[in-house]
Design a protein around this ligand. Structure first.
Ligand code: AGP
Length: 601
């Protein structure tokens, strides 16, 4: 389960070859297991395993899967380890139905219980496996394959990009879309479906993006679309003229901007992390608390430490992972929260191994299930960003902050620092994040024009107070790593203690200044900089005319609860860094001297 896996299905003369070709086009996202199901005679034949497509193809006897109808899947594990049993496709008990699924089923436990009582057998610990068994129930009651899929969809809560075949109706593939993308296409080569457009391009450029709660019935040379009530919908196709490299990026010119725009979805998925995961993590937090990470992940630690102190009265010290062994010695009974998108950063692994050897418990927060951090930690939370390809961390940072906020709310409730009502309000506010981030992304053109104005600068300060200092530091890191502009992020009140000596007319100062409890004091810092001729560009809360007036330029963000500003203020800073890099003619996805995962100390 996950919304980030790859799906491909087709009715074509050489279905397995087409499926492998399609899945390879989705593999740029980075996958850990793969599987295929084809119809042969009265049964479906399934091959699946852990690993990548190339190894998989060489490991199977392709003569045994020759067919003209089939489905395939590449999985990037989010829940349930990356292993053969958890790989898709999944079949029903009769072996006549096979399903691949992207998305998260919210009520799968209940559905699984009901199916177990009816005698169904399960072989994985994924949520997706309930789908073929539910379809089996429908078929057993005499329904068609399509109606059985609709019947299953009506009982399932959650997101589904779901593709189904059955040897009982071997001339068709049924596709169902609900909140998880599916595209379909047709040509002389066959009829196709996939989770992303690039996979279809070797076969057809005539594609249609399915809408939520619709079903597509694919046959050779024919596609029918219906809503879940059986009303026919006229298919509307678009001709895609992207180059292959743009295609891999879903139509965006770079992975970084694609990933920035994926943030609402990444947060939405992270907010679905089951409470028992968060509670297990919260239960670990006893004794002294340390937060450790590197680069962007360290900024997430810093932001959380402010919030823990301010909201919960917990003194949680953030320490750069590379400094950890030199900075702490007494760790018996302490908890170390280790944050790392890759889960493989050598500095962070070394910090947690050291902490563990000294008697600390480790809570990992990572975006990569099965990574070293998930193995070493006593408990972990896996953020749901999907693979991040751009070297500059973007969506993984926002989901780290989201997960840390979810954790803090639970800790607050457990420790009596937050009432039930305050907890519920906090969750409601968090749940509004995807929409707010989407709204900010809707104003990305404004950031582009600000980037045009400032991209020739050689230096920049990023300033803020409170938890937004971490955001300012993250904004500075983004700008320096992809645009090679010297940028420093630090607490606004520190300027007068040294850095202000660098300020001369035209020096760029970017203030993160939303209307939180620190905003009044930030104005004073803005005035200090203005008095020395600095150019002020501020991130402000919509309607804050005072801050707007003292700034040369500003970008407005919606009003949210104070604890959410560090998250949403990051978005314009990411967009700023990206646009500056583009204007300077640089490749933001592959900045010089940097690697996505730093596995050396
Ligand atoms: C951020 O844009 C950088 N890619 C870098 O600072 C990164 O955050 C750091 O290396 C830590 O990586 P991790 O989250 O995978 O541990």
């Amino acid at each position: 389960m996950s919304t980030v896996c790859g799906i491909f299905g087709c009715l074509s003369d050489t279905a397995p070859q087409a499926i492998f070709e399609g899945l390879k086009r989705l593999e740029y996202r980075g996958y850990d297991s793969v599987g295929i199901a084809v119809i042969r005679g009265k049964k479906v034949t399934v091959e699946k395993n852990k690993g990548r497509i190339a190894e998989f193809i060489t490991s199977i006897d392709t003569a045994q899967i020759e067919s003209d109808v089939g489905i395939g899947h590449t999985r990037w594990a989010t829940h349930g380890a990356p292993c053969k049993e958890n790989a898709h496709p999944f079949t029903d008990c009769t072996g006549t139905v096979a399903v691949v699924h992207n998305g998260v089923l919210e009520n799968f436990m209940q559905l699984r219980e009901e199916l177990l009582k009816k005698g169904h057998k399960f072989s994985s610990n994924t949520d997706s496996e309930v789908i073929p068994h539910m379809i089996e129930e429908g078929l057993a009651s005499g329904m068609s394959l399509k109606d059985s899929v609709v019947g299953a969809a009506n009982s399932i809560k959650g997101s589904m990009g779901c593709v189904v075949i059955s040897s009982r109706e071997p001339d068709r593939i049924i596709c169902l879309r609900r909140e998880s993308p599916l595209v379909i296409g047709i040509s002389k080569k066959g009829t196709f479906c996939a989770s992303d457009i690039p996979a279809l391009l070797p076969f057809t450029r005539k594609v249609m993006v399915m809408q939520d709660d619709t079903i597509a019935i694919l046959k050779r040379g024919k596609i029918e679309i219906e809503d879940l009530c059986g009303h026919a919908i006229k298919p509307v196709f678009t001709v895609i003229n992207w180059s292959q490299s743009v295609a891999e990026k879903g139509g965006y010119p770079h992975f970084m901007i694609k990933e920035i725009f994926e943030q609402p979805l990444a947060i939405k998925e992270t907010l679905k992390i089951p409470l028992n995961f968060i509670d297990r993590a919260a239960g670990l937090m006893e004794g002294k608390v340390y937060l450790t990470g590197s680069g962007t992940s360290y900024h997430a630690c810093m932001s959380a430490s402010y919030q823990m102190a301010k909201r919960l009265g917990i003194d949680a010290r953030p320490i750069h992972s590379s400094e950890f062994t030199d900075a702490v010695s007494e760790l018996e009974g302490a908890t170390v929260v280790a944050v790392s998108q890759s889960g493989e950063t050598a500095d962070t692994l070394s910090a947690i191994k050291y902490a563990k050897s000294k008697g600390a418990k480790i809570l990992g927060i990572t975006n990569t299930l099965g990574s070293s951090i998930t193995i070493i930690s006593n408990a972990y939370i896996c953020t749901q960003s999907g693979p991040e390809i751009g070297v500059a961390a973007t969506k993984t940072f926002l989901t780290q902050l989201t997960a840390l906020d979810m954790l803090m709310l639970r800790i607050g409730l457990r420790r009596g620092k937050l009432s039930e009502e305050e907890y519920r309000t906090g969750r409601r506010q968090l749940n509004g994040l995807p929409k707010t981030v989407e709204e900010i992304l809707g104003s990305s053109e404004r950031i582009k024009s600000l980037a045009m104005k400032y991209f020739t600068r050689r230096d920049a300060f990023f300033l803020a107070r409170g938890a937004n200092v971490a955001t300012a530091m993250e904004g500075a890191l983004k700008l320096k790593e992809i645009s090679y502009i010297h940028a420093e992020g630090y607490p606004a009140g520190e300027s007068k203690h040294g850095p202000i000596s660098l300020v001369e007319p035209g020096f760029l100062c970017i203030f993160v200044a939303p209307t939180d409890s620190a905003r009044g004091r930030v104005i004073g810092n803005v005035m200090e900089m203005k008095a020395r001729g600095a150019k002020i560009f501020s991130i402000i809360t919509r309607g804050d005319s005072e801050m707007g007036q003292v700034s040369d330029d500003y970008f407005e963000i919606p009003q949210v609860a104070d604890f959410l500003y560090p998250i949403i203020s990051t978005v314009p800073l990411q967009l700023f860094a990206y646009n500056v890099a583009i204007l300077k003619g640089l490749d933001p996805d592959k900045p010089r001297n940097l690697a996505k995962s730093v596995t050396v100390l």
